[in-house]
Design a protein around this ligand. Structure first.
Ligand SMILES: Cc1cc2nc3c(=O)[nH]c(=O)nc-3n(C[C@H](O)[C@H](O)[C@H](O)COP(=O)(O)OP(=O)(O)OC[C@H]3O[C@@H](n4cnc5c(N)ncnc54)[C@H](O)[C@@H]3O)c2cc1C
Ligand SMILES: *[C@@H]1O[C@H](CO)[C@@H](O)[C@H](O)[C@H]1NC(C)=O
Ligand SMILES: *[C@@H]1O[C@H](CO)[C@@H](O)[C@H](O)[C@H]1NC(C)=O
Ligand SMILES: *[C@@H]1O[C@H](CO)[C@@H](O)[C@H](O)[C@H]1NC(C)=O
Ligand SMILES: *[C@@H]1O[C@H](CO)[C@@H](O)[C@H](O)[C@H]1NC(C)=O
Ligand SMILES: *[C@@H]1O[C@H](CO)[C@@H](O)[C@H](O)[C@H]1NC(C)=O
Length: 527
């Protein structure tokens, strides 16, 4: 007993001397009150990284994907980072955050395109980050064909765990293995199985969330409105989703991947114009997406087929004869092998999808569009002409994912993700630049391209994908301490169409004080 007391004293001494260094000038600073509150609620001091601890900067940078956000003096950064290991640590952060006026931003994989899981734009924003990378277990129930996955797992860890437990099962979510489950599922989540199985959130059957009052709620306790909202209504608005219960999907023993690379001077633009009519109407077992590169200028038709090359060849000849696909284009493999093959390169192994370290390359700016009517070929030709300017500052890619089949057949209000019936395809624009000096011209170019595309893409609203976050389409304005619904509609209806109003009503119910907020969080709409 007395030994325990001594130990406790040692721990308390260590907390105050190692992690929290008392400083009279900031004694009333809310971050020190916040940190004291966390330690009182049994969050171990080694999981609390204040601005003054040497672990702060490495942990902050650990999952920053976009090098432009590595310059942490250019953003408002968290007062402190809590690397939670248990649900009770998340609950403590929420309760202490409310008590001491420190907001919480949750980070799972850190891939947010605007970095909103760890940085703020407003200079006066006072927040802490709850980093979930230490909460990443995956429990597969093979007989029940389901799994519980914690938000801090990456997609690579999820796919790997499913495959290890049951090679005949897989999951329908994104292509990049380092993306975090938490943010990805929060915005919908799509990948190369979307035409067969829809989105990640179309397979979520239960979840656990820490809400704005610090309570841990499962599906029954949170109610169907909140359960609806967290399945695609965007991260960072409703609470901290701790874990997700998902239905797994069957995958065949062999899948076939192929890349047909065509140059603009050899008919690539004509093929692309035809692709728009064909790809969204193909059978659900095949997805042919398009990647446009500018160095060298080329169009890649990249396909994933749930079956063998023998089955695929007649299908392609029948459906898309102009692509002139031949047997030597086929690469047969197991579904799990297609994950590293497609995203990490031809020599990557299945084990590589467990590698969490972000590959920081060049600075990027992303945006997205949805297309419901084919874009005329003369416009595609103009786009390719515009692309020539990019070589002045860096690189550019367009990823074009065909919809149709399952992803489009689900009702628009079934989940917050509204881009369903009538969508032909999604476009993701990624502009890359080298060196800070090229940033201004790169950003201007990407905005000009977005403006150029306006007449040819979806309208009223011009739709965008919540997971391809883009602050250029609008951001919240705080009025009387609360994010304004009126201003939020500008970006919100682009991401969620008619579902935005329902999301805002759910927000008013579960977080009326707007505790969980960022530059593009759902604002509350009061009746
Ligand atoms: C290289 C790359 C490839 C991508 N490929 C695809 C793809 O194939 N398909 C696709 O659909 N998307 C793709 N994306 C987009 C990706 O889905 C989103 O960026 C996603 O939000 C990232 O999730 P995260 O956990 O890594 O990010 P984070 O930055 O951790 O979080 C993103 C947002 O969600 C919030 N959030 C995070 N965790 C939680 C939680 N547990 N509870 C509540 N809110 C939370 C954060 O606060 C933040 O607002 C890609 C992104 C990158 C950078
Ligand atoms: C980082 O950002 C600050 C503030 O915007 C700026 O002054 C500084 O030059 C930047 N540093 C680098 C290395 O880009
Ligand atoms: C959700 O999961 C919890 C925790 O396992 C369980 O107790 C609850 O019954 C589940 N609810 C539903 C609706 O499946
Ligand atoms: C793959 O490995 C082989 C043999 O080591 C090498 O020759 C080839 O360039 C590599 N390919 C890629 C795409 O890295
Ligand atoms: C993980 O990826 C990084 C970046 O590509 C690489 O440097 C590192 O060696 C990899 N780690 C392992 C264990 O393969
Ligand atoms: C700007 O981009 C060009 C083209 O990619 C490159 O040659 C140049 O070095 C870049 N400038 C800086 C300052 O990095």
């Amino acid at each position: 007993m007395s030994n325990n007391k001594t130990l406790l004293l040692v721990i308390i001494f260590c907390i105050s001397s190692c992690s929290y260094i008392p400083n009279p000038t900031i004694a009333s600073d809310s971050s020190s009150d916040f940190i004291r509150c966390l330690t009182k609620k049994s969050v171990p001091h080694w999981l609390i990284h204040s601005r003054r601890s040497s672990s702060y900067t490495p942990i902050l940078k650990s999952s920053i994907r976009n090098p432009k956000f590595l310059n942490i003096t250019a953003s408002t950064t968290p007062l402190c980072i809590v690397t939670a290991k248990r649900t009770s640590h998340i609950q403590a952060a929420v309760v202490c955050g409310r008590r001491h006026r420190v907001r919480i931003r949750t980070r799972s994989g850190g891939h947010d395109y605007e970095g909103l899981s760890y940085r703020a734009e407003g200079r006066r924003e006072r927040f802490a980050v709850v980093d979930l990378s230490g909460m990443r277990s995956v429990r597969v129930d093979v007989a029940g064909r389901t799994a519980w996955v914690q938000s801090g797992a990456t997609l690579g860890e999820l796919y790997h765990a499913i495959w290890s437990a049951a090679p005949g099962l897989g999951f329908a979510a994104g292509v990049c293995p380092t993306v975090g489950v938490g943010g990805h599922f929060s915005g919908g989540g799509f990948g190369l199985l979307q035409r067969k199985y829809g989105l990640a959130v179309d397979h979520v059957v239960n979840a656990t969330v820490v809400d704005a009052r610090g309570r841990l709620l499962d599906r029954g306790a949170m109610g169907e409105d909140l359960f609806w909202a967290i399945r695609g209504g965007g991260g960072g608005s409703f609470g901290v989703v701790v874990s997700w219960h998902i239905r797994l999907v069957p995958v065949p023993p062999t899948v076939t991947v192929f890349d047909a690379v065509r140059a603009p001077e050899h008919g690539a633009v004509e093929l692309l114009a035809k692709w728009q009519e064909i790809a969204p109407r193909m059978p659900e077992d095949i997805m042919v997406r398009v990647i446009i590169d500018i160095e060298p200028r080329r169009v890649t038709f990249e396909a994933m087929y749930l079956g063998t090359c023998d089955e695929l060849l007649p299908l392609m000849r029948n459906q898309f004869p102009d692509l002139a696909m031949v047997r030597s284009d086929c690469n047969e493999m197991k579904w799990i092998e297609s994950i590293p093959y497609i995203h990490l390169g031809r020599n990557a192994t299945v084990a590589d999808i467990l590698n969490r370290s972000s590959i920081s390359r060049v600075n990027t700016k992303s945006g997205s569009d949805y297309v419901r009517k084919p874009i005329p070929i003369n416009i595609w030709k103009k786009i390719f002409t515009n692309l020539q300017q990019v070589s002045n500052f860096g690189q550019f890619q367009m990823f074009i994912d065909p919809y149709g089949a399952k992803i489009s057949s689900i009702d628009e209000s079934a989940t917050p993700f509204p881009h369903r019936e009538g969508v032909l395809y999604n476009i993701q624009y990624i502009t890359y630049w080298n060196g800070d000096a090229n940033g201004t011209v790169a950003l201007k170019w990407s905005r000009d391209l977005y403006k150029f595309m306006e007449p040819y893409v979806s309208k009223n609203p011009r739709e965008a994908y919540a997971n391809y976050r883009d602050l250029d389409i609008g951001r919240n304005k705080v009025v009387n301490g609360i994010s304004s619904y009126h201003h939020g509609k500008v970006w919100g209806e682009k991401y969620f169409r008619h579902n935005f109003e329902r999301l805002a009503a759910v927000k008013a119910k579960v977080d009326p004080d707007d505790f969980f907020r960022n530059e593009q969080s759902i604002p509350p709409l009061f009746e």
